[in-house]
Structures are given as structure tokens and as C-alpha cells.
Design a protein around this ligand. Structure first.
Ligand code: PLP
Length: 412
């Protein structure tokens, strides 16, 4: 149906009004609530109703909403300079890159506007590395079922989810998908002469909040080294303190990636991402090989420096580990009280969830009706990714509501 008629909605009173969403591309199905303000882990609607936010813009608002230090940094920068492009040096980007390289494996950083763009940079950097080292046939990126790496043509081909590829043309060559956890298939794929890199989330987000066992990551690193294949970690969702370490790979002794993608929490709500690389990988990305108009612009970097200073502090991370222990325990007791509905607690740190016996979409709605915001993820998981600054009191409030909601829940 086209034209004005399709744009008119009939209200229950019989009046006519236009749908304010009519010009938004219909790729999302948000609920009716409109949030207009945030404070710490709470969001407020136009009518002043308060919601406890345990999804944080899908693992983005790491420091909660309207963190005073972030607000000050953004206000201050907004009054000075917004944008010059990368034709010119950006002091804030140089500072943040220094801090990132001080605190991680990385020697080089490329700033982006999103997680998907960090992935694109990683894929290009991996292929360029092999090309520059005389192995132009090494183009295959090995990825895993349940993976989510973003929505660009490159990222949907990397993710390999048929639902996200449908309708968007032929699958691109150069991506090999193997079953999550199938080490035999991995060994075979990584030993092929065309293998360039593996791309993996240490904790899968969209795929069902699944944590990769530390020993598996270790074994993967060994096999990558043995076969000259690069390791790219997608820490867009699980990085920036979310598991209780600055990056999830830091849980595993002796394992460092060659390339790592960060986004979401790194900007705490200001949209930016970063592709981190070793010198051996980053050195081949010379002028002309990659770029971005906005990546690393002064506004993003003003916020990013503040977020990094707060989250990279070991005391802050220790508190994330402590409060995530409280949350995990409370979730376990919900699971124990409802063995007929809950299968297990999944994830790591503050990227966690309840794996249900059926699709939890209406359970998510029940929580929202009780003023708690949570997400869902693949494989029937109710997903939690609260701000990292939550307290035990917020954990008690959230888990009391979840317990009530699970009690009332009738799986569809
Ligand atoms: N990688 C992972 C693990 C993600 O969870 C996401 C987004 O949800 C992306 C990449 C893509 O990030 P963005 O939506 O910022 O492009």
C-alpha cells in the first residue's frame, strides 16, 4: 500500500493521526516507550516513568547515562572544536592511542565510528599483512557459528548467518565458517594454505552470550602460531571492562591477539570504535590503504579519553568483577528456583544472561512492564549487559523483578 492513506493510523477514539515512525526504515521493531533522559543505570520516559537499564544500549553505556565526567568533557570540547578530518593531527586521538597501547598488546590503533568499521579495518589489515609478506593467496577469514560482527557486506559475510545474508547477493569468497567449539574443524581450516586469520568473539553476544573456554582460546592461539595465521578478536561487545578485565583476552595467560576490534563501551554512548593491531600487522596499512572522514574526531576522542581513564583503572575493574559475582549468584538462584523454565546462566562478568527453555521475547516484555530493561540473544537467552557502574542494590532490584517475571512467564 502506498500514499497518504497508508500513513494514517486510526486511534482507539476514531481520530486520525500520522505514525511518527512512518519515515524510519522499518528494520527495527522498538516498543512504544520513548526515553528522554538518563541518569546512572536509570532511564526516564516522556511521562517520567523510571526504568532500570540492564541492557545499556546493547553493552554501550558502560558508565551509565549522563556520567558527569563524560558530559563535562563533551561540553568542553563542543565549545572548542568539533571536526577537522584526518587531514590534520587530532591531539585527543594521539593521546588515546598512547593509552590503548600502554594498556594492551597493541602498537597501532585506527579509530572508527562503529564496531562494524573496526571489523572492516581488521579484515583489510589481516589480508594486507599476508599480501605484504608475499602470501597474496592467504585471504580466508575463519569464523564461527553464532558469530555477529556487524551489518556491512563484509561483516555479514564474516558472520555467515544465513538470515542476515538473505537477499543481499552472492556470498563473498574468502570466509570459512565452522561450528563454534569444533576444534577438529578448526585445526583443519587453520592449516589450509589460504587461511589468513581467525575472527572470534571471546564471549559471543548476539549468538547467545556464550563464553569461549580459556583453554580453547589458548589452543587456538597455538594453532594460529603454528600455521602463520593471525588471530583477530572481536571485543566490540565483550571488551572495555565488561567481563571484569579491560579486554576479555586478558583473562588468558600468554594469549594476545594480533588484531582486536573494540567499539560500544569504548565510547560509553558516543559512537566510535577502534581497530588495535601489533606493529607487524599495522605497519602495512600505509597512506591510501584505509581511512575515515570522522574516525577519531575531536568530540569522540574527548569522551573516549575520559572513558578509558575510568575503565582502565584496576580498582574500577576489581569492582566490576565483584559486582558481577553478585549478579551471577543471584541469577543462579533464579535458575535454581525455576528449573522448569531456566536451563542455565550464561556469559562472563556483566555480559550474562539466562538461557531459557523457550523463546524469551515475551519474558523481555514482562520485565519491561515491570520497569526493567533487558535484551534477548540467540538460542533463547535473556541477555543482560548493564552499565559497569551498577551496585549491589541495582542487582537486587533487577533480579527481584526478573524472578517475578519468570514466575509469571508462560512460554509462547
Ligand atoms: N561485533 C560484535 C560482537 C557486536 O556485538 C556488534 C554489534 O552488536 C558489532 C560487531 C557491530 O558493531 P556496530 O553495531 O557498532 O557496527
Amino acid at each position: 500500500m502506498r500514499g497518504a492513506l497508508s500513513k494514517i493510523l486510526a486511534t482507539s477514539e476514531g481520530q486520525q493521526m500520522s505514525d511518527p515512525r512512518q519515515h524510519i526504515m522499518p528494520v527495527y521493531r522498538p516498543p512504544e516507550e520513548v526515553f528522554v533522559q538518563g541518569e546512572g543505570p536509570y532511564l526516564f520516559t516522556e511521562d517520567g516513568a523510571r526504568y532500570l537499564d540492564f541492557i545499556a544500549g546493547i553493552a554501550v553505556n558502560a558508565l551509565g547515562h549522563a556520567h558527569p565526567a563524560m558530559v563535562d568533557a563533551l561540553r568542553d570540547q563542543a565549545g572548542k572544536l568539533w571536526h577537522t578530518s584526518n587531514m590534520f593531527r587530532v591531539r585527543g586521538a594521539e593521546e588515546l592511542a598512547d593509552k590503548i597501547c600502554r594498556d594492551t598488546f597493541a602498537d597501532r590503533v585506527f579509530f572508527t565510528n562503529s564496531g562494524t568499521e573496526a571489523i572492516e579495518c581488521a579484515l583489510k589489515t589481516a589480508r594486507k599483512y599476508h599480501w605484504a609478506n608475499g602470501n597474496p593467496d592467504r585471504i580466508d577469514i575463519i569464523t564461527f557459528t553464532g558469530a555477529f560482527h556487524g551489518r556491512s557486506i563484509g561483516a555479514i559475510n564474516a558472520g555467515g548467518n544465513p538470515k542476515y545474508l538473505e537477499g543481499f547477493g552472492p556470498a563473498l569468497p574468502g570466509f570459512v565458517h565452522i561450528e563454534w567449539g569444533d576444534m577438529a574443524a578448526f585445526e583443519e581450516a587453520v592449516s589450509r594454505p589460504t587461511a589468513a586469520a581467525i575472527l572470534i568473539e571471546p564471549v559471543q553476544g548476539e549468538g547467545g552470550v556464550r563464553a569461549l573456554p580459556d583453554e580453547t582460546l589458548k589452543r587456538m592461539r597455538e594453532l594460529c602460531d603454528q600455521h602463520g595465521v593471525l588471530m583477530i578478536l572481536d571485543e566490540v561487545q565483550c571488551g572495555m571492562g565488561r567481563t571484569g578485565k579491560l579486554f576479555a583476552y586478558q583473562w588468558v595467560d600468554g594469549v594476545e591477539p594480533d588484531i582486536l576490534c573494540s567499539a560500544k563501551g569504548i565510547g560509553g554512548g558516543f559512537p566510535f570504535g577502534a581497530c588495535l593491531t601489533t606493529e607487524a600487522c599495522g605497519e602495512h596499512m600505509q597512506p591510501g590503504s584505509h581511512g575515515s572522514t570522522y574516525g577519531g574526531n575531536p568530540l569522540a576522542m574527548a569522551v573516549g579519553n575520559v572513558v578509558w581513564d575510568i575503565i582502565s583503572d584496576e580498582k574500577f575493574l576489581a569492582e566490576v568483577r565483584r559486582v558481577s559475582g553478585t549478579l551471577q549468584q543471584s541469577l543462579k538462584s533464579i535458575a535454581d528456583s525455576h528449573p522448569d523454565k531456566v536451563l542455565e546462566v550464561t556469559g562472563r562478568g556483566l555480559l550474562t544472561g539466562l538461557k531459557m527453555k523457550a523463546d524469551p521475547k515475551n519474558l523481555q516484555g514482562l520485565c519491561r512492564d515491570k520497569n526493567l530493561l533487558v535484551g534477548v540473544a540467540g538460542a533463547n537467552v535473556l541477555r543482560l549487559a548493564p552499565p559497569l557502574v551498577i551496585t549491589d542494590e541495582h542487582v537486587r532490584e533487577a533480579t527481584r523483578i526478573m524472578d517475578e517475571a519468570v514466575t509469571e512467564w508462560a512460554p509462547a
